[in-house]
Design a protein around this ligand. Structure first.
Ligand SMILES: Nc1ncnc2c1ncn2[C@@H]1O[C@H](COP(=O)(O)OP(=O)(O)O)[C@@H](O)[C@H]1O
Ligand SMILES: [Mg+2]
Length: 404
């Protein structure tokens, strides 16, 4: 790539592979130069199950992005999802050495390492340790302790981890092309970078990214990530329910869902039907609209209830003043925001990437939130790397098992 301000986000989704090429502007905004896409094959529930096939699809999407943006892609930020991804909050603690009074960068690194001194399942690797808050000698709410006087530094982190080999497989799939992997990023964390403003993170918000095979989520309170994870349920399950329930082929069910489906019940008049024309090997069928919507409604209700139960294991859901932001392909379903409001008893809205320039059609599509968010994440990492070099690439860690 010609300029170091060019950044590329790659999301290997269950439904589509998406490659976004963006350019960081000095004022901190991002211009989208092009978006490449390819249907995803060889990926199930966010995880690669057929390496060769997935690789071909990624290649196709990369070539498409290169053509559209007129940029040669050499390195990418890759999004990872999959229900193997888990998270927890933990506090790290270090004592500042006696011969020094001021807290320095090394203490920050050490406290992060200390927060990871907890056992995660043996096959897992750390993906992110996201700082929540620092405490210096018991003083809460410290934003940047470097340079402060203190004896004891404590820090709360949100730690995200996943099965090492599954993360490695995603990385290998990209490296074989060959492309450099700059970093791997949990998709909901990426999406939140562009779906939410800092103000919304401060006031508390939940982002739900409902894709094809997974529902990825991340919850912010007081500007800090408090909960995150993945449910292995998404829009493909709705399509499957429609196919089974109405006894129609999957491709027909997918088209019916996208073109005619809604989450809202009780809006159709009796006898309101959709006519499916006959096709090779399919006799055609008349579908009750209310039946179609009921199938969609029930699956989404179940998904939201499952997520609610998971979130309620901790108290943070009670502190999200800005409510819920739904993104990803399924957020196109009309009425999904109202259903979320009913179940979570919180304000909910459909959201896409904000504050971008360039290709407007791309960032207005909620299916691209995670891929666009990867660029925003990349921009933040690059800014952080320049003066202090504090955020090391994850790639070395994942492959060599280092704990930095
Ligand atoms: N207009 C639409 N209405 C309803 N569902 C849609 C629409 N567009 C896409 N979807 C659904 O969204 C899902 C794909 O979302 P996406 O975020 O692209 O997934 P992934 O990131 O897993 O590839 C599919 O289940 C698809 O059927
Ligand atoms: Mg996705």
């Amino acid at each position: 790539m010609a300029s170091s301000d060019l950044m590329v986000g790659l999301e290997i989704g269950t439904s589509k592979i998406c490659v976004v090429v963006g350019e960081g502007r000095p004022d901190g905004t991002i211009k989208i130069l092009g978006v490449g896409q390819a249907p995803s094959r060889g990926v199930r529930k966010g995880e690669i199950v057929d390496f060769e096939t997935a690789m071909k699809c990624v290649h196709e999407a990369v070539v498409d992005a290169e053509t559209k943006s007129d940029v040669m892609i050499r390195s990418v930020y890759v999004g990872v999802a999959g229900s193997h991804i888990q998270s927890f909050n933990n506090r790290g603690c270090v004592m500042v050495p006696d011969d020094r009074e001021e807290i320095d960068e090394q203490d920050i690194e050490d406290v992060k390492i200390n927060a990871r001194e907890v056992s995660i399942p043996a096959p897992n690797a750390f993906l992110h340790s996201i700082i929540q808050h620092y405490h210096v000698d018991g003083q809460d709410g410290v934003l940047n302790p470097v340079g402060m006087l203190g004896e004891k530094l404590e820090a709360d982190f949100h730690v995200i981890h996943g099965v090492r080999t599954r993360i490695q497989n995603t990385i290998r799939c990209v490296k074989e092309l060959p492309l450099e992997v700059e970093d791997v990023v949990f998709t909901a964390l990426a999406a939140a970078q562009v779906v939410l403003t800092q103000q919304q993170k401060n006031l508390g918000a939940l982002v739900i990214d409902i894709g094809g095979g997974t529902t990825d989520y991340i919850l912010y309170v007081d500007g800090a990530v408090k909960q995150s994870g993945v449910l292995g349920v998404g829009g493909d399950h709705i399509t499957n329910d429609i196919s089974m329930g109405l006894r129609i082929p999957m491709t027909r069910a997918e088209k019916l869902k996208i073109e005619e489906g809604s989450v809202t019940l009780g809006n159709c008049l009796p006898g309101d039907t959709v006519l499916l024309k006959d096709d090779s090997g399919f006799a055609g069928k008349e579908i009750e609209r209310e039946t179609l919507n009921t199938i969609i409604h029930l699956r989404l209700r179940e998904t939201f209830e499952l997520l609610k139960r998971q979130l309620e294991e901790e108290p943070f859901i009670n502190y999200i003043g800005e409510g819920i932001f739904i993104t990803g392909g399924c957020s196109h379903l009309s009425g999904i925001d109202h259903l979320a409001e009913e179940i979570f008893e919180l304000p909910a809205r459909v959201a896409h990437a904000q504050t971008m320039s360039g290709l407007t059609s791309a960032f207005e599509n909620p299916q691209f939130s995670a891929a666009i968010g990867l660029i925003k994440y990349a921009q933040a990492v690059q800014v952080d790397r320049r003066p202090r070099g504090r955020i090391g690439s994850l790639i070395g860690r994942i492959f060599h098992g280092m704990r930095s």
